[in-house]
Design a protein around this ligand. Structure first.
Ligand code: NAD
Length: 523
């Protein structure tokens, strides 16, 4: 066993001198945040002139903040004076914390930490900002592996609140806690994680891209339709526009690294479509063309569909219970009020949706409209995606129509969805449509991460909200849904595609069973 490092005694890193190695995008942001929190910071980069250039750039950043009134001129001057570019590591030998933000290469990071072991004191904490390399691997072969910890900031560092504090197999708890406490003192929201592929955010976020890519590959809808539906569910950017922003090369590389680090588990299999875009140079904003042209040439626009009023109905019933059924009842009541009547209501019919003269609009449970049509014997049937509260009038909502339906139901189904206040967007008849399927997969991945001790449920929620701006964390999405329904939807997807991607997390299945056992037995 390697000896415990004296850093295990570390109680507090607050106010301690910090060495930041690597003066690129991340390193200069980390230096800024540390200096703004009052630390003396040394900034080092092996590229000649890089740390001085980063210092000069920080000076103009601070000038900008002063000009906008966001920073006091004297404070800006003092903060900048706390950052010292150094051309050798030896000049920063008194550092109590090193944060490494050099090139993403295991050999380079190990070599740097080995060199640092001969320079800094044995109680100095060594942190890596790696986004994909195992912290355990970086620590391998060092004299004091217990003091190596991941301190994963998000870009841009001064703006993004999340810091994933990553423990490798040998990281001492006191070291991780000291970095956690320090991150808090820097105004960040730290979350503990274990060193596993993708850590928290880059792991749990994979389905957000993967489900859209899978639907595109099946030609289920256009990128503009997929983006509109997920924006309507509260996400700041749809998956296609987000991949265009990140760059398909970067996004594909992260997916590939998570896939490979999981021994080619097909749950994380990268998309052939995205690989084609990468090899073809369709990298998104940076190359001028991805799913969309950049600058925008209108290809982001949605197809314009004008939906007239649906034909007058004789009998309308709202089925199901829960928030979505309540929303549907309100919307249907409003839609029918002009004609002076309201819908009937059936709570225990086993499905959620609206029935119009025997035709059905059904909230997706994972089965396609055509499957449901066969199962129920109702030919005039359409499924619609999971609306997220609060849905403003005109919110985009995906739907699909059963193959068995006649032409009149193909036109009536979207008219009814429009009458209920949605902007209906047609998808091919795919299981779980888009929002339901994407949310279920995010929940599933988060449940697996918690099961494997990567993070807590609260940690996963905070990480996804702060690291990638999700409108809610995966467990918060789950709280608005029944666990058994999420499991059923995933099982349906699993059955439909028969791959490993939709394998249900044992943690989620267990939770569903516990819920079923706790529920009162009804006749
Ligand atoms: P970058 O290319 O902007 O900067 C890296 C800097 O490190 C360069 O200036 C380079 O000259 C310097 N460098 C390389 N080897 C060095 C060495 N041995 N010693 C000293 N300096 C060295 O890269 P970046 O985007 O700032 O990323 C840095 C690290 O942060 C990587 O590990 C990356 O995975 C991680 N990260 C990046 C992001 C992001 O969005 N860019 C987000 C989170 C984490």
């Amino acid at each position: 066993m390697p000896s415990a490092s004296p850093a295990s005694n570390a109680r507090s890193l607050q106010g301690a001198p910090v060495l930041v190695v690597g003066a690129g995008i991340m390193g200069s942001g980390i230096a800024q945040v540390a200096a703004q929190a009052g630390h003396a910071v040394w900034l080092h980069d092996t590229r000649e002139g890089a740390s001085a250039a980063a210092h000069a750039k920080l000076a103009s950043t601070f000038d900008g903040l002063v000009a906008k009134g966001r920073l006091d001129a004297a404070a800006a001057k003092a903060t900048l004076a706390r950052i010292t570019p150094v051309d050798t590591l030896a000049r920063a030998a008194a550092a109590a914390l090193v944060v490494e933000a050099i090139v993403e290469d295991l050999g380079a990071k190990r070599a740097l930490f080995r060199e640092l072991e001969g320079i800094v004191n044995t109680d100095c904490v060594l942190a890596t900002n790696t986004s994909s390399i195992s912290v355990t691997a970086i620590a391998g072969g060092l004299l004091h592996p217990g003091r190596i910890v991941g301190m994963h900031f998000f870009n841009p560092v001064p703006m993004m609140k999340l810091v994933e504090v990553i423990s490798g197999l040998q990281t001492e708890a006191a070291v991780a806690q000291a970095v956690f406490d320090l991150s808090q003192a820097w105004g960040k929201v730290p979350v503990h994680a274990t060193s596993t592929p993708g850590f928290i955010v880059n792991r749990i976020a994979r389905p957000y891209y993967a489900e859209a890519l899978a639907l595109l590959q099946e030609q289920a809808a256009s990128p503009a339709v997929l983006d509109a539906c997920l924006r309507a569910a509260g996400f700041r950017m749809g998956p296609c526009e987000l991949m265009d922003l990140i760059g398909h090369d970067t996004n594909f590389a992260v997916t590939k690294s998570v896939f490979e680090a999981n021994f080619h588990d097909r749950r994380y299999q990268p998309s052939g479509l995205q690989r084609e875009m990468v090899v073809g140079g369709l990298l998104g904003r940076k190359s001028g063309q991805g799913f969309y042209r950049h600058p925008d040439d209108g290809s982001t626009a949605l197809p314009v569909a004008l939906h007239g009023a649906p034909a007058t109905a004789r009998e309308v019933t709202v089925h199901g219970e829960g928030d979505i059924a309540e929303q549907l009842e309100q919307a249907t009541t409003k839609a029918l009020s002009a004609q002076g009547w309201g819908p009937a209501r059936l709570r225990n019919s086993g499905w959620t949706g609206v029935e119009v003269d025997g035709a059905r609009l059904v909230l997706t449970d994972g089965r396609t409209a055509s499957e449901l049509s066969v199962a129920t014997g109702v030919a005039r049937l359409a499924v619609f995606d999971r609306p997220q509260p609060p849905s403003a009038p005109g919110t985009a909502l995906a739907y699909a129509v059963a193959e068995q339906a006649d032409a009149s139901w193909h036109s009536q189904a979207p008219m009814w969805l429009a009458a209920l206040g949605y902007t209906p967007l047609l998808l091919a008849d795919t299981p779980g449509l888009l929002v339901a399927r994407t949310l279920a997969m995010l929940i599933n991945e988060a449940a697996d991460a918690v099961l494997q001790g990567v993070c807590t449920a609260e940690g996963a929620d905070a990480a996804m909200k702060l690291g990638v701006n999700y409108p809610a964390g995966p467990f918060e999405f789950l709280a608005r849904w029944r666990v058994a329904e999420v499991v059923a939807l995933l099982d349906t997807l699993d059955h439909h595609y028969r791959g490993e991607r939709y394998r249900v997390s044992p943690g989620l299945r267990r939770q569903a069973l516990r819920g079923a056992m706790a529920a009162p037995r009804s006749a």
